[in-house]
Design a protein around this ligand. Structure first.
Ligand code: GDP
Ligand code: IMO
Ligand code: MG
Length: 422
């Protein structure tokens, strides 16, 4: 049985915390798309871990952990993550699987990511600078390098001798320094050797788990509005975050998904450029950033903060076929006297939906707000829904009323035990 956990907003909703929690009872957990643009913070009995590639299921020693073909891999980052986890976990060589079909983020991808951003100036995407867009672009334009290519040194060298001169032309054209083939080759081979023992086909073991009805958690990265097709293009990421992508990105037919849970904050944040209708530029926004420690896990950039946007959440329910919603960071709004929730948008005085807007139009819409009373008391130690302040319950019920699916979990702090199962 596949339980997919994805982001309902623009990423950083708290997916890491929720997957760590849920995978305590899972047989496997899977990262299926994105790369180390993701930063999933896990706080548990072993410490605080900002993971970028390995799924939170690694903390359950009975859980098999997969990185499937849809993920793009920076070999250095993966190796560092393995080394960090090795210090606190028993040997996990037998339970970590890395697909040989994964594309590799090469040094020139990271250079190009930064050069494109610099050249675009004000029109930049605000990427994480991890080489994500250029690596996915090479994948779809048949210029990518996969882990398979590292199985044979000649194969890698041959491929690089075709691709690198091409990349160097662009790098030089944009004012960068060209890379030397032999250096790139030697460095990447050395990095590969450190992680080679984890490279194992992921499709068959995953299918076996599916066939025997084992519980598999799929850990989404980014969020619905960063999806390459359905997000706020071109201010999106290089992969698809929607559930259907599990087939292309891991081989497993989508019909095996039995539950799709999306995670949303009690408010909204976004990192990088792009439209954000409920963004706050006042003291309330600052207060959310401070209370919620809203600084990126991957890049440390301050996150843009704003009110909860139910127009976006309603679209997330539809496009993802959500079964339930997790609300995180309720505690961050504890000391607000009044709160606002966007229940829809207008454009030039007329109602308009997210689906009818591209990024240009979404940048012009005006949110319609419902004003809600704050609860003005601490919620971070509350364990049961019935013990939440009346105003917090009303706030959560307002969300449920609008999105028409149940809230299954409310999170009131980063730790595992700061969780209310509804
Ligand atoms: P992800 O990318 O979706 O996994 O989210 P991130 O890890 O990038 O960002 C979420 C941040 O919020 C992390 O620092 C978490 O430890 C933290 N967090 C998660 N849930 C809660 C919560 O309910 N309350 C508070 N205060 N922090 C939370
Ligand atoms: P997690 O999994 C928040 C954003 C970047 C930028 C855009 C494109 O931690 O939720 P990219 O480097 O992917 O080409 O950048 O996407 N972005 C994220 N924002 N959380 C993430 O991941 C993100 N991954 C990418 O800030 O706006
Ligand atoms: Mg994150």
């Amino acid at each position: 049985m596949i339980h997919l956990v994805i982001g309902a907003q623009w990423g950083d909703e708290g997916k890491g915390k929720i997957v760590d929690l849920l995978s305590q009872k899972a047989d496997a957990s899977v990262r299926f798309h994105g790369g180390n643009n993701a930063g999933h913070t896990i706080v548990n009995h072993l410490g605080r871990f900002p993971l970028h590639l390995i799924s939170a299921g690694i903390f359950n020693i009975k859980c098999q952990v997969f990185i499937t073909n849809g993920v793009i891999v920076d070999l250095e980052v993966l190796n560092q993550e393995i080394e960090t986890l090795k210090k606190v976990l028993p040997d996990f060589k037998k339970r970590l699987f890395l697909s040989p079909r994964c594309h590799v983020i090469m040094p020139y991808h990271k250079i190009l990511d930064k050069l494109y951003e610099k050249t675009k100036g004000k029109a930049k995407t605000g990427t994480t600078g991890r080489g994500i867009g250029p690596t996915y672009a090479d994948k779809v334009s048949y210029n990518g390098i996969r882990l398979f290519d590292f199985f044979d040194n000649n194969r890698l060298k041959e491929k690089l001798s075709v691709i690198l001169p091409l990349k160097n032309k662009i790098i030089v054209g944009l004012g960068g320094t060209p890379l030397k083939l032999d250096e790139v080759y030697q460095e990447e081979i050395a990095k590969f050797k450190k992680i080679a023992s984890y490279v194992k086909e992921t499709f068959s073991p995953l299918m076996k788990l599916v066939a025997t009805n084992k519980k598999i958690i799929y850990e989404g990265a980014q969020g619905t509005f960063l999806d390459n097709d359905w997000g706020t293009y071109p201010y999106v990421t290089g992969s698809n975050t929607v559930p259907g992508n599990i087939n292309a990105a891991s081989g497993i037919p989508a019909q095996y998904i039995k539950r799709v849970t999306a995670v949303s904050k009690t408010y909204t944040t976004r990192v990088g450029s792009g439209p954000f209708p409920t963004e706050l530029f006042n003291a309330d926004g600052e207060k959310i950033r401070t209370n919620g420690n809203e600084f990126g896990t991957t890049t440390g950039r301050p996150r843009r903060c704003g009110w909860l946007d139910l127009e976006l959440l309603r679209f997330a329910v539809q496009i993802n076929g959500l079964t339930d919603l997790v609300i995180t960071k309720l505690d961050v709004l504890d000391d607000f006297k009044t709160l606002k929730i966007a229940i829809g948008y207008t454009l030039n005085g007329k109602r308009i939906k997210y689906i009818d807007c591209d990024s240009y139009l979404l940048g012009k819409v005006k949110p319609i707000y419902k004003i809600m009373k704050g609860w003005q008391q601490s919620t971070s130690k509350i364990k049961k829904f019935k013990d939440l302040p009346k105003e917090a319950k009303n706030y959560l019920k307002e969300i449920e009323k609008n999105i028409k699916i149940p809230i299954s979990i409310v999170s009131v702090g980063p730790e595992r035990n700061q969780t209310i199962f509804c």
